[in-house]
Design a binder for this molecule. Sequence first.
Ligand SMILES: Nc1nc2c(c(=O)[nH]1)N[C@H]1C(S)=C(S)[C@@H](COP(=O)(O)OP(=O)(O)OC[C@H]3O[C@@H](n4cnc5c(=O)[nH]c(N)nc54)[C@H](O)[C@@H]3O)O[C@H]1N2
Ligand SMILES: Nc1nc2c(c(=O)[nH]1)N[C@H]1C(S)=C(S)[C@@H](COP(=O)(O)OP(=O)(O)OC[C@H]3O[C@@H](n4cnc5c(=O)[nH]c(N)nc54)[C@H](O)[C@@H]3O)O[C@H]1N2
Ligand SMILES: [Mo]
Length: 712
Amino acid sequence: MRPDPPAVPMPPALWHIRAMPQTAAAPDTRVVQGACPHDCPDTCALQIGVRAGRVVRVAGDPEHPTTHGALCTKVSRYAERTYHPERVLHPLRRVGAKGAGRFERVGWDEALDDIAARLQAIAARAPEAILPYSYCGTMGLVQGEGMAARFFHRLGASRLGRTICSAAGSAALAAAYGGRVGMHVEHFAASRMILVWGCNPITSSVHFWTYAQQAKRAGAKLVCIDPRRSETAERCHQHVALRPGTDGALALGLMHELFAHEEWLDRDWLERHVEGWDKLRARAAEWPSERAAAVCGIEPEVVRTLAREYAAARPAAIRLGYGMQRVHGGGSAVRLVALLPCLVGAWRQRAGGLLLSSSDWFAGARRDAWLQRPDLLGARRPRTINMVTIGDDLLRAAAPEFGPKIEAVVVYNSNPLAVAPEGAKVARGFARADLFSVVLEHFLTDTADHADYVLPATTQLEHWDAHSAYGHVYALLNRPAIAPLGQARSNAEIFRGLAARMGCTEQCFRDSDEAMALGAFDAARVDLDALAARGWTRLDVAEAPFAAGGFPTPSGKVVVDAPGLGVPDHVPNHECAQSAPELAARWPLALISPPPRNFLNSSFVNVPSLRATEGAPRLEINPHDAAARGIVDGAAVRVYNGRGSYRCIAAVGERARPGVVNALGLWWRKFACDGVNVNQLTHQRLTDIGRGPTFYDCLVEVECVREDMAAR
Ligand SMILES: Nc1nc2c(c(=O)[nH]1)N[C@H]1C(S)=C(S)[C@@H](COP(=O)(O)OP(=O)(O)OC[C@H]3O[C@@H](n4cnc5c(=O)[nH]c(N)nc54)[C@H](O)[C@@H]3O)O[C@H]1N2
Ligand SMILES: Nc1nc2c(c(=O)[nH]1)N[C@H]1C(S)=C(S)[C@@H](COP(=O)(O)OP(=O)(O)OC[C@H]3O[C@@H](n4cnc5c(=O)[nH]c(N)nc54)[C@H](O)[C@@H]3O)O[C@H]1N2
Ligand SMILES: [Mo]
């Protein structure tokens, strides 16, 4: 057995996950049970302290197993977001140019009457000319795709392909395992080896990191696979800094080694539970460690040693993140990594296997058909607009293969001007004079600045909701802690108001938020009494769900040669020397743009204390690449390619590997250095499967900003 590594003190990066003082609440403080609404695998159970109608404390529920009384910095400051002086608290109508952010106050009736009339006029001619645009500002089942989905289904509006985050990985897990299922996050604490792969949990999933720390203290080896020397990579025993978009090659190189050493394989498990494993062996035979290492830009010995250690550690676990699937071959790469645990029989033990997402454990437990009512479409089959290509699609004319031009957009729970790729086109689209746009928001984001109407939405402290999760298997309920501030209304209430004005007479448009939240789960699968009483309850999922196979595929076996997809192989990036040598010659650096700790996508950028901690938009660049360009630490730089240019401050150091630059964070365009953010550089090409975005598959060049430019 490997000797235990020396004890590691609590790293400074974790000081912010502080357990909240569990002193009894003051007698005049009421505690309301809630759920964190944010797009994060941890979906924490919250306890909201309310005194005299005002939230005085936001804390993690100490009883909830994965929250264990701790919150991230951002959400422990959630009240700061709710009571932010710049909250939009009244309906607003645009008076200035689109994008200028100049509005006048209007009453709710006036706003809703006018919006309903304009949407009605379009719906009467071409309902598909109306596009809802939403993502995960809240992951709630009611304030997300609840009442809004009912409304847009009833209208027959264009459907939105909600692909911007996890589509490639989801399609890949569906191909290999039949769905988004995997290990329980709690069991990582007992793993002997953890591969933290394309995932930066200290930033994006701190509660998982707590379990990884427990495993580390018990002697497990932690390996981080990430082009960036992230906060997580620094605290693992080993960091494999591969080139972006080469994970499929690494997985194949590891498999080559595993198949080459019969004694490392769990042949019994493989034969019994993996359909087509011999085809995988044939594919892996094409990937000796030298070939894989050359593609990844690492040493062959790293591949060989990693394979040996992975085979020897029982149980070995993989925490896969969504970071590694934001490239052309992201889907194939996830399929390949997902097959690794099968070779060593890691699924036999509950602390072995893989976790990317737990979403589909909720399939059948969530009453999606009732919440969203797709049946209201009747026989209509509206087109689907991919949210990744909103830049192009807003600028498209009517055409037989496209359908009608987009005439109206209703945005909720999303900030496309900051988060969608090829930002210059997105901004041009939202600035179209003939586009009618309505934005439901808490704040005047870059997107809201372009709206004809901005409607004030409630925050999680002010509305009902129900939550499933993608990093654990607890269902949660969120009760409103306080009354809506100002004239804010919940998303569901706003869509109810529009529906009533547009002749939607069905009973479902009268369901209250509370009724929807309490009815969101199926009583046969979720203990509704426990949910109502305690605010959360665990789904009944086996502790080691795949110890004896039983995957949710048609055969119950893991699938290698998926119908229509074939046997996975490494797929190179859209933008790399191999696929696009002429681009690589002009733009020699690969750019990735992962999240920083204090923002959540583009949310929280306007919370002054969090923005102050992040400082300014930064570009991490390796000393070697910096020196070649005369760039020193702290210098103003311009990052550019054929699509645009973005200014930021150089952070010269080893966080970036040679040839790769890291631009952190989806800054609001108006808070960045030159009115744009990193998505000015990204493109709209899609992943190999799942039609997802390829944010981290992007070539650029960097130069120092001249003094006279910097002064502007
Ligand atoms: N604080 C904070 N937490 C968040 C978010 C946030 O914005 N801020 N966002 C939330 C959301 S929406 C999501 S989807 C999750 C995302 O969280 P994760 O699943 O962790 O994914 P990312 O943060 O996108 O990327 C994780 C790591 O992948 C690395 N990476 C980039 N390209 C590659 C590659 O080609 N291969 C490999 N192996 N690694 C690569 C990045 O450098 C980064 O360190 O986090 C959620 N949590
Ligand atoms: N370059 C680059 N681009 C990326 C990424 C990247 O890593 N790099 N990450 C991608 C990923 S993983 C994701 S998930 C997307 C995220 O894209 P989005 O889901 O658009 O995420 P946010 O930027 O957080 O915007 C959510 C908005 O919803 C609002 N909101 C929150 N709650 C409510 C509510 O109850 N009602 C209403 N009406 N509004 C609400 C918030 O104020 C916020 O402005 O971005 C993607 N874009
Ligand atoms: Mo995401």
